[in-house]
Design a binder for this molecule. Sequence first.
Ligand code: CTP
Ligand code: CA
Length: 224
Amino acid sequence: EMDTNRTSQWKDKKVLITAGPTREALDPVRFFTNYSSGKMGYALAQAAMENGAEVVLITGPTTLTPPQNVTTIEVSSADEMFEQVTKHYENMDIIIKTAAVADYRPASRNNHKMKKQQGPLTVEMERTRDILHYLGQHKKKQFLVGFAAETQDVKEYGRKKLEKKNLDAIVLNDVSRKDIGFDSDQNEVLFMTRDGKEQAIEQNSKRNIAKQIIQLIDYELRKD
Ligand code: CTP
Ligand code: CA
């Protein structure tokens, strides 16, 4: 699909989107990761581009083809994502953090492939940096959108994350639903803003969900 659907609505807007999982290495052949497919983030990058924006997509490892007319930067670990995001965020107008960033990584990485031993293995894990929290502390003009994956008390945890990370909006995913989310092509989300709006986006393709999220962000930007 080429630029045929492209509008000029966001022609003066720069948008940063993160997508996919991260990989936290244990040794040269093993890593910790999660089930994120990157589909929601890639769909958002595509939708923002079609809305006329200049889009930078910073992505963890996925099997997806990067959208055309989007600057795509590939990273692997949470640390690398932090580095690339902090390098690019300053002149962005909108930042959407769809990525499922690992909260923990192995405290030390073995330079050689680990050999199995008798009995169980204990791996010490340490916290990664919270990229979104950092952006919330340092943002100036940017409209900052987080994502949250929850399996229970979705709205309560979502509202807390929005406040704690100083976001303008958050997109809530109920990942206890087996039929949607993560690897699915479908999703169903709740868009929640800092000033208390809660807009349900009913089950649809991730492409259509992405378009609706972009339009909701556009509405919020025009309000003030
Ligand atoms: N996030 C981030 N950097 C991290 C962890 C999370 O930028 N190290 C971002 C994600 O990209 C997402 C948001 O924070 O936009 C919420 O992620 P989520 O995992 O739902 O929440 P956490 O704050 O990590 O809390 P928890 O996993 O304990 O529920
Ligand atoms: Ca997390």
